[in-house]
Design a protein around this ligand. Structure first.
Ligand SMILES: CNc1nc2cc(C(N)=O)ccc2[nH]1
Length: 372
């Protein structure tokens, strides 16, 4: 009996609230995972990440295998110890990063050979090696090694890519070392083609995983096509297992995806935007480098409990970014992650109170209203 499980708590339409039980603790869902690419959530200490309300973080296999190296992290006690994060960690498989970051890469039916974007050194990832690396990192949740095809693409190219990923999923599962409280997720592929997505779900559920991700989206297809793909795919996925939408998204993406049955998310937007002066708030986004903030004594967002909003003014944040002070990205990353967690907590409460429809209207009205 694997102690890893998703325990349902409430539903509101297709939306679900529940708890993810893992070897490294329990996480309420729906949940947003801050991205901790190279063993750090950029500009944050892990105590500050915890203070935002995050329960689980993501690590990138591609970055960690190149630097400092999976063997070194293992020798130092694993990623939890290395980055001082006792909670659950999900690591991606490296496939997506290789395709988007690796300087040169050669894909074949067995895996991918690529050059490091750091020093040009040559590396190879296969389903077996990716799974081994994630084991060495001591990932709570391991992702299958897959290929995420660029969109748009011809249907037969999407089909071939999906079927390769399904063969790689079987090899990833074979290589996975099962441990109590640990999990491996399969990744549904198939582009925006309903039949290919259905074939992929069948292939993965025939293999059997502790959770299922939807990959191949948030690659430029746009929100409407992403939601349309979710509408056709999520109902086919096992209802008793966690569902993870990879690389998504804006607060509006999160809301619409939870309403379609997604439980887990990761996205670089709140952290990357925090470093580039873009703030996420209940009244939409704003750019703190804009001159209109120079003399504004108000907090960034009234009611937000983060240090940027409780201790400082918009004018100060504006100054920090104009002066290129490192405290700017620190404070705004802290704010954006806090805001993302508040959005997820508000959605979760609305599901528990069966008022998600009304809550969605309120959220969208706030985002549309703009800066008060
Ligand atoms: C930012 N968009 C995004 N799409 C993704 C797809 C995958 C995937 N494995 O298909 C992984 C990470 C992803 N991030």
């Amino acid at each position: 009996m694997n102690g890893f499980r998703w325990q349902p708590e409430a539903t509101d339409g297709a939306a679900r609230a529940g708890h993810l039980h893992t070897a490294h603790g329990v996480v309420a869902t729906p949940t947003f995972m801050p991205v901790g690419t190279a063993g750090t959530v950029k500009a944050m200490t892990m105590d500050s990440v915890r203070s935002t309300g995050a329960g689980i973080v993501l690590g990138n296999t591609y970055h960690l295998m190149l630097r400092p190296g999976a063997e070194r992290v293992q020798a130092l006690g694993g990623l939890h110890r290395f980055m001082d994060w006792p909670g659950p960690i999900l690591t991606d498989s490296g496939g997506f990063q290789v395709m988007s970051l690796g300087a040169l890469r050669k894909l074949d039916s067995d895996g991918v050979t690529f050059q490091s974007h750091i020093d040009g050194s040559r590396h190879r990832l296969t389903p077996e090696r990716s799974t081994e690396i994630q084991h060495m990192l001591d990932a709570t949740i391991t992702m299958c090694f897959d290929e995420c095809p660029a969109l748009p693409a011809e249907t037969d190219a999407i089909a071939a890519s999906m079927r390769l990923s399904m063969r790689w999923a079987a090899r990833s599962r074979e290589a996975f070392v099962a441990r109590d409280g640990y999990a491996q997720y399969g990744i549904v592929q198939g582009g925006t083609e309903p039949q290919l997505r259905a074939e992929s779900v069948r292939a993965l559920t025939d293999i059997g995983f502790e959770g299922y991700a939807i990959g191949g989206l948030a690659v430029g297809e746009g929100q409407a096509l992403m939601f349309q793909t979710l509408d056709g795919t999520v109902p086919l996925m096992p209802a008793d297992k966690p569902r993870y939408l990879m690389g998504v998204g804006t607060p509006d993406d999160l809301l619409g995806s939870v309403m379609r049955g997604i439980d887990m998310f990761d996205c670089v937007m709140p952290t990357r935007s925090g470093r580039t002066a873009r703030a996420y708030t209940g009244f939409g986004t704003l750019n703190l480098r804009n001159a209109r903030h120079a003399l504004d004594p108000r907090p960034l967002e009234a009611g937000c409990p983060c240090p940027a909003c409780t201790r400082h003014s918009r004018a100060y944040l504006h100054h920090l970014f104009r002066a290129d002070e490192i405290l700017g990205p620190m404070l705004l990353t802290w704010h954006n992650l806090t805001y993302y967690q508040r959005v997820m907590q508000g959605i979760r409460t609305a599901i528990l109170e069966t008022r998600l429809g009304a809550h969605a209207i309120e959220l969208r009205a706030g985002w549309a209203a703009g800066d008060p």
